[in-house]
Ligand binder design. Structure first.
Ligand code: 7TS
Length: 420
């Protein structure tokens, strides 16, 4: 089925030429699934890896595998230089003032747990309040609930409207003298809504409240500048930005990180240890106990080089075109309801079809070679807000094409034919 109008036709031709070379960098994109060419639309769950990243992982193990920060030998020096070089690449990518403010973690989940433990348990007590929003991923809800349970602090929740937009006025009303932290997702994984982070930060800072941003669904899709946002913490996962799983970043402002106690104890996070007195290392190492994912960290740097070579503005504009095209097409299908229609949206299309379970949608699409996610997307409060148990979700990356969207739309018609 061809949904392109004349207008779309010219955008589409330019775009197809533009992404053809990017797609060649991802070996998996030319594989088949169930006898059909793979159409990968589950980038919200994890992104595919370019050959440069895969080669860098292999090169590390074949050429200079060694532990970091401890060996005088050549390989250890090389591994340390590459690992610390990656930290500097992350700094530059998000425009952080210093690489000391870049903490390597396992992913967004660990980054938020780190803040909940180290900041939360030292600065938040009984009766204090933490503000999150209805559209948070569980990883920006549960660590705070655990903290509240332990300390007697209270979790406050900013509601969202029917389009899935953050209600700023309600946020303003929730901020009070006991608010100790605001934790907000940059781009919602279940709805695609892009939140007004700078406005949120400005208001919170006017009352001296720090802000943590969950950037898991943002970094690979729009330009993130932590200095411009002025947020106190920014968390993201490497695997959602074309790097290996088990990698991620917590950015934190120096002053706040230096005041925080360590998260885990062990090697690397100390300056000296004795049974009478242990001194902790400086930031960021104070928060990086034990041998890290060295190859993963190095590859995160390589992935950031890769997206930088394309350009985040280029990526954002391509994904925006895909979203508009897909939204127009899906809206024309009778019985399909979009969940998440915010004015500011990233490349995420969550939907339901009357009378058909999202898992069945996912299964039938899979038979067509189309990978999407079906479920609650670890955002059960969002499902509750929209009175649905689950949604089907297509989530885009820069390597997705207009043809991918056509295959998705054809697949949805097939789902309706079979189960409707
Ligand atoms: N925050 C958001 C907004 C997310 O989308 C996710 C993962 C996380 C945090 C947790 O990231 P992790 O890398 O630590 O697991 N989101 C999804 C998703 O939408 N489908 O699978 C994982």
């Amino acid at each position: 089925m061809n949904l392109a109008t004349e207008n779309w036709q010219s955008i589409r031709e330019t775009s197809t030429r533009r992404i053809a070379k990017w797609r060649q960098d991802f070996p998996i994109l030319s594989t088949e699934v169930n006898g059909k060419p793979l159409v990968y639309l589950d980038n919200g769950a994890t992104t595919q890896k370019p050959k440069t990243v895969i080669d860098a992982e292999r090169a590390y193990y074949e050429e200079y595998n060694a532990n970091v920060h401890r060996g005088v030998h050549t390989l250890s020096q090389r591994a340390t230089d590459a690992y610390e070089g990656a930290r500097e690449k992350v700094r530059k990518f998000i425009n952080a003032p210093s690489s000391d403010e870049i903490i390597f973690v396992r992913g967004t989940t660990e980054a938020i747990n780190l803040v909940a433990h180290a900041f939360g348990r030292s600065q938040i007590g009984r009766g204090d309040e933490i503000i999150v929003s209805t559209m948070e991923h569980h990883s920006n809800i549960v660590p705070w609930q655990m903290l509240c349970q332990e300390t007697g602090a209270i979790l406050r929740v900013v509601p969202i409207n029917d389009a899935g937009e953050f209600l700023f006025d309600e946020f303003e009303k929730l901020i009070g003298p006991r608010t100790k932290l605001v934790g907000i997702v940059h781009v919602s994984n279940a709805l695609g809504s892009v939140n007004p982070i700078k406005r949120i930060v400005d208001l919170a800072h006017s009352k001296n409240i720090p802000v943590l941003v969950d950037g898991a669904q943002a970094v690979a899709h729009l330009k993130v500048d932590v200095r411009a946002l002025d947020c106190d913490f920014y968390a993201f996962s490497g695997h959602k930005i074309f790097a290996p799983t088990g990698t991620g970043v917590l950015y934190g402002k120096r002053a706040i990180l230096e005041r925080m106690p360590p998260y885990q104890g062990g090697g690397d996070m100390i300056r000296s240890v004795s049974f009478s007195k242990t001194e902790y290392n400086v930031i960021p190492y104070k928060f990086e106990a034990g041998t890290p994912n060295i190859a993963g960290g190095i590859c995160l740097g390589v992935a950031l080089d890769y997206v930088t070579s394309i350009g985040m503005d280029e990526i954002a504009s391509h994904e925006h075109e895909l979203l508009e095209y897909a939204t127009n097409a899906i809206k024309k299908i009778p019985g399909v309801r979009l969940i998440g229609t915010a004015k500011e949206k990233g490349g995420i299309l969550s939907f339901i079809i009357d009378g058909i379970h999202p898992h069945d949608i996912g299964t039938i699409l899979d038979h067509q070679g189309v990978a999407i996610r079906a479920g609650h997307h670890c955002a059960m409060p969002v499902m509750e807000r929209f009175c649905v148990a689950a949604t089907a979700r297509a989530s885009f990356a820069f390597y997705n094409s207009f043809a991918d969207i056509d295959t998705l739309i054809d697949g949805i018609h097939k789902v309706k034919e079979i189960l409707g």
